[in-house]
Write a protein that binds this ligand. Structure first.
Ligand code: BTN
Length: 250
């Protein structure tokens, strides 16, 4: 993977900047990193608050030769790679809230926003944007019981540059495995070990319906396997779906 890292003190959004660079022909593997963002984007059109200058905001550009339906797998790979890095750093209780929130002690430490641009019917490029709460020690009131940071969890500041390096290296390895396998079989077991609410009841919120069921794990495509109360097995595709714990976010 190309290791061209483009850094900004402040930018609107690393994903937005990457889109401009991609249109100008930026290579597969290009990374945009910013200290803060004035218009950080979250999933479902939400704002990702990023004016602190304390955290890691990064976007990786991929130009994969992949069927479009496989693009969502890339998000799960990134969540897995980040989860594994945090685990190796010694954080306890690192988990993934399917498909791609990374949690420590049941609080969100990282969110991922993947955006795909098509050329006709095939993938032109994919941008995987990750926001990791690294050294922030305060969160807006409404997030304080749902969000955490590495500094809050460990009690000391974390070197962002080193964290970035470790994540890029781990993602590179996992991505190569993915290319070899063609699906997520290489991480299924490890991902499931980190999966929050595994074997517990979750609420699946789809655009047209809502149901409860037991979250059993993921399949090789990265879909969440849920057993409904009537015994029916559903596979949930990571699109416009949200999966919550019965009592709230987790
Ligand atoms: C989520 O809603 O959980 C996804 C949040 C993704 C935030 C990251 S920060 C870096 C990149 N640039 C953005 O504008 N968003 C993503």
């Amino acid at each position: 993977m190309n290791r061209n890292i483009i850094r900004y003190d402040q930018i609107d959004s690393t994903n937005t900047r990457m889109k401009e660079l991609a249109k100008e022909g930026a290579a597969h593997g290009t990374v945009v990193v910013a200290d803060s963002q004035t218009a950080g984007k979250g999933r479902r059109g939400r704002i990702w608050s990023s004016l602190d200058g304390q955290n890691l905001y990064m976007t990786i550009l991929l130009r994969p030769q992949l069927e479009t339906r496989k693009a969502s797998m890339l998000t799960l790979i990134m969540a897995y790679s980040i989860g594994k890095v945090l685990d190796h750093f010694g954080y306890k209780n690192v988990q993934i809230k399917w498909p791609n929130d990374v949690l420590i002690n049941k609080k969100k430490v990282c969110g991922i926003l993947t955006e795909m641009v098509l050329n006709g019917t095939s993938i032109d490029y994919v941008m995987i944007g990750s926001g990791i709460n690294v050294n922030a020690r305060e969160f807006p009131e409404e997030l304080s019981d749902k969000a955490t940071s590495l500094a809050l969890e460990s009690g000391h500041n974390v070197e962002r540059e080193y964290l970035l390096e470790c994540i890029l290296e781990r993602f590179d390895q996992d991505y190569q495995e993915f290319l070899k396998c063609g699906d997520l079989s290489f991480l299924k077991e490890g991902y499931e070990q980190m999966l929050v609410n595994r074997n517990e009841t979750v609420c699946v919120l789809e655009p047209e319906q809502e149901y409860r069921g037991v979250s059993l794990g993921i399949n090789e495509q990265g879909e969440l396997i849920v057993e409904k109360e009537n015994g029916e097995i559903k596979t949930v595709y990571a699109g416009e779906v949200s999966v919550r714990g019965v009592y709230g976010y987790v």
